[in-house]
Design a protein around this ligand. Sequence first.
Ligand SMILES: CC(C)(COP(=O)(O)OP(=O)(O)OC[C@H]1O[C@@H](n2cnc3c(N)ncnc32)[C@H](O)[C@@H]1OP(=O)(O)O)[C@@H](O)C(=O)NCCC(=O)NCCS
Length: 147
Amino acid sequence: MLRDVVETDLPIFFEQQLDPESTRMAAFPAREKWTDFLAHWRKILGDPACCKQTIVWNEQVAGNIGSWPQEGRRLIAYWIGREYWGRGIATAALAEFLGQESARPLHAFVISHNVGSIRVLEKCGFVRIGGAPAAPDGVDEYLYRLG
Ligand SMILES: CC(C)(COP(=O)(O)OP(=O)(O)OC[C@H]1O[C@@H](n2cnc3c(N)ncnc32)[C@H](O)[C@@H]1OP(=O)(O)O)[C@@H](O)C(=O)NCCC(=O)NCCS
């Protein structure tokens, strides 16, 4: 189930994005300081162009999903807390989110080793349309599109 983000979700998101296995999987660095994290989220939540939802599973805050405009594209991303992995939550959340977010096309960047996220995107109809230039560390990033 998706619902609007409330302030009390933020400490949970903070812990979820600190998890080293998650940051390695997404190849996305954590915001280590709570004040930086909070400032980032307050900016997002105050921006009407950003669409953010909390993913609730069994009445628990399992993660978040959202979309935002960036360099002429509308991007989506999601993050699930490690203890909730492997239960179909990301797939269900993305499918539900796609019913709320009417913009098309939607795009997603995903690092080539993130097979779980690639699977989630493909199960929800996203198609790989190319690879972004390799990051400085040599890791390839793929670009996916829906619509
Ligand atoms: C990637 C991530 C979103 C997957 O969430 P999840 O709720 O476990 O995903 P689902 O349960 O919906 O799994 C969907 C499919 O991916 C597969 N999958 C999920 N994680 C996997 C992994 N680590 N390795 C291989 N396959 C994986 C599942 O088996 C399932 O496939 P199936 O339908 O064929 O059985 C979650 O691990 C996560 O948030 N990771 C950290 C942040 C991140 O990577 N965000 C995405 C950035 S692009």
